[in-house]
Design a protein around this ligand. Structure first.
Ligand SMILES: [Zn+2]
Length: 314
């Protein structure tokens, strides 16, 4: 596979990380976001910038250098579908890109991810242990790193646990996908205005039990709506027949039937939804709460919207 890289908006990098990286969030000091493309598909993102205490970091390695002399790789995220050596290819392209355009950045470095728990993904004991370290008398610089770890561990726990019952482990195959769009731009063309946007699927963690419960509940609104519509048809027909007998025009009879179907159908839909919700086991949030997931909220805060495309675009 041949890759090429391009600078991308920070919001797109953040959206990609939210959708595909276990740490969900991106660190605040991102100065350069690079996207890795296979053809026109975005398959990876890298965020270059600084970690905590940038000057301290670089001067511990190279006392004569300062912050403008280096970049830290603070997120690297690539689709699992890419070949195993994809990351190395991507990093080589980043190195070439930066040395060509920003030759002053003489040091590029990344922390090998030594986060406790990466092998087992058993984050809760890790969080417990890490929080205990914070109770010890430690140097402020170490404390800052550990506090960052605690935040990442909390994010990991969020991503590993079902968002709907907050009890069971999430299963990738049961996730709810919330599509989001953003980065909307308009370009003028000869035939009018062309709107373009980017789309990112956010996977909301869910367990198989909640998935099954949601599936059972999802039939109720349709059943309710159907029953309501049939009832509306029957009431409308009865009223219509009475109206016909009383000499009303056929138009007003049809209109009565239509209003009956719509009104009773809508009432049936609402009642069905309520019944569906009441069928969910205790402590299980309904599926439409997925848009309250932290990564969705975070992207909304950055100007992204839930949905497949901007409104009014065909
Ligand atoms: Zn669950």
């Amino acid at each position: 596979m041949t890759y090429h890289i391009e600078p991308i908006p920070r919001s797109l990098m953040a959206a990609f990380v939210a959708a595909h990286h276990y740490a969900v969030r991106v660190p605040p000091h991102c100065l350069l976001s690079l996207g890795c493309f296979a053809g026109s598909d975005l398959v990876g993102v890298a965020s270059w910038g600084y970690g905590v205490r940038p000057r301290h970091t670089i001067q511990r390695l190279f006392p004569s250098l300062t912050t403008s002399d280096y970049y830290e790789l603070n997120r690297l995220c690539m689709l699992d579908s890419e070949p195993r050596n994809g990351e190395s290819h991507f990093l080589r392209l980043c190195r070439e890109y930066i040395s060509e355009r920003e030759p002053g950045r003489v040091v590029l470095f990344s922390w090998a991810d030594g986060m406790r728990g990466n092998a087992t993904k058993d984050w809760k004991p890790c969080l417990h242990l890490t929080e205990r370290i914070l109770t010890l008398p430690i140097a402020p610089s170490v404390r800052e790193r550990i506090e960052g770890d605690v935040k990442s561990l909390r994010d990991n726990i969020n991503a590993a646990q079902c968002f709907f019952c907050k009890r069971n482990s999430a299963d990738g195959a049961a996730a709810v996908v919330v599509n989001m769009y953003g980065d909307v731009s308009e370009t003028r063309t000869l035939s009018g205005t062309k709107v373009s946007w980017r789309q990112v699927p956010v996977r909301v963690p869910r367990c198989p039990l909640c998935k099954a419960a949601h599936r059972r509940a999802s039939g109720w609104p349709w059943a309710g709506g159907g029953i309501g519509a049939v009832a509306g048809l029957m009431v409308g027909a009865a009223v219509g027949a009475a109206g016909g007998a009383a000499g009303k025009s056929s138009d007003s009879v049809c209109c009565g039937v239509f209003v009956g179907v719509v009104v009773l159908g809508a009432i049936g839909l609402a009642v069905g939804s309520a019944v569906g919700r009441s069928q969910l086991p205790a402590g299980v949030a309904p599926a439409d709460r997925a848009s309250g997931y932290s990564a969705v909220k975070e992207l909304e805060g950055q100007g992204w919207h839930v949905g497949g495309k901007p409104p009014g675009v065909s």
